[in-house]
Design a protein around this ligand. Structure first.
Ligand code: ADP
Ligand code: MG
Length: 331
């Protein structure tokens, strides 16, 4: 079982940033309003995610660390997914390739803690904690030396952690997200902070994008809001006069999930066709929401790919919504 966990872990956890992604998604799924991510040495020696979410009851702690145990779906409805997590793979995988400690407290329960190291689970012990969950992952890949060799410099891994955290922060404007580098003396250096945005969704989103992508983008982008056959598109797309130079800032979220997909690049090229001589990579942060049955997120364990039942519909909606917004703005 430990061996199976280590093999599966390779698919879920490729590097420190993928561990961070899984842990932050778990915190969001747990309804957290505040999430703090700390790392040391590019996440290689330490990753710690603290949240104020619903917590885990002591009796459920061993279950949370067991393979394919998820509290989020009952297993019969893999197509109808509303949470980030649904495979029950992340925690057992992390416990298989590193030293994972979960300290948690659910409402009306005592705090408890359990450690899994190299796939071996210790006993659940009482622990002092007010509420929420702290997940600490030390020595990632100590149990799989071959993987260790594929890690890049601390700086590069830290950069990727930052990218992942910012990407997740874009999709959760009402959640406070803080990223801290606690390498060395542990005093900690704040790398990124986004306080919870206030107001209506669009205002909150605008504020959050200003935080993550810069005020310049937020002040030079068009509000997108369109719907077609059950697909709902919201977000912001850059005015043709705005350019980030060579930096590509094209973000697509499907049902709140950060997605890497050629669909967006292609749709943006289509929508901005007449302006591409000025900026080959128009910036945009777009959120596509639809009935979960219209999209398959179960393509890869790391879940950054999606498969639309009708890709042409999604592309068409993006192109027409952006063209419409550009035309309205006089372009
Ligand atoms: P999944 O997210 O696919 O369900 P995970 O292995 O990531 O699988 O987590 C297993 C289970 O542990 C979750 O279903 C959830 O019940 C619990 N869990 C994990 N992280 C947290 C957290 N931060 N707060 C509350 N519960 C959590
Ligand atoms: Mg999860």
């Amino acid at each position: 079982d430990a061996a199976i966990n280590r093999i599966a872990a390779g698919e879920v956890v490729e590097r420190p940033a993928s561990a961070v992604k899984e842990l932050v998604e778990n915190a969001v799924d747990a309804g957290a309003r505040r999430i703090t991510v700390e790392y040391a040495d590019g996440g290689k020696t330490l990753i710690r995610v603290t949240d104020d979410g619903c917590g885990i009851a002591p009796d459920d702690l061993p279950l949370a660390l067991s393979r394919h145990a998820t509290s989020k779906i009952d297993g019969t409805d893999l197509l109808n997914i509303h949470t980030f997590g649904f495979r029950g793979e992340a925690l057992p995988s992390l416990g298989a390739v590193g030293r994972l400690t979960i300290t948690s407290r659910a409402a009306g329960q005592g705090g408890a803690e359990v450690t899994v190291s190299g796939g071996k689970m210790g006993a659940v012990k009482p622990a002092a904690l007010n509420s929420g969950t702290v997940v600490t992952l030390r020595d990632l890949f100590f149990a799989t030396p071959a993987r260790l060799k594929f890690m890049r410099t601390d700086r590069a891994e830290a950069q990727t952690i930052g990218d992942v955290v910012k990407r997740l922060a874009m999709a959760e404007p009402f959640v406070q997200i803080v990223l801290r580098d606690v390498s060395g003396d542990g005093a900690g250096r704040e790398v990124f902070r986004a306080d919870a945005e206030q107001g209506e969704l669009f205002d909150a989103l605008h504020g959050r994008l200003a935080r993550v992508l810069g005020r310049e983008f937020a002040d030079n982008s068009l509000r997108i809001d369109a719907e077609r056959e059950g697909l709902h598109l919201t977000g912001f797309a850059a005015l043709p006069t705005y350019s980030r130079g060579s930096a590509v800032a094209q973000y697509l979220f499907v049902n709140g999930r950060p997605v890497r997909d050629k669909l967006l690049t292609g749709a943006l090229r289509g929508a901005y066709f007449d302006f591409l001589s000025r900026d080959r990579h128009p910036a945009a942060a777009l959120f596509l929401d639809c009935d979960p049955t219209l999209v398959d997120v179960n393509v890869h364990p790391a879940k950054s790919e999606v498969r639309f039942r009708d890709p042409g519909l999604a592309r068409g909606l993006i192109v027409s919504a952006l063209r419409h917004a550009l035309a309205n703005a006089g372009h």
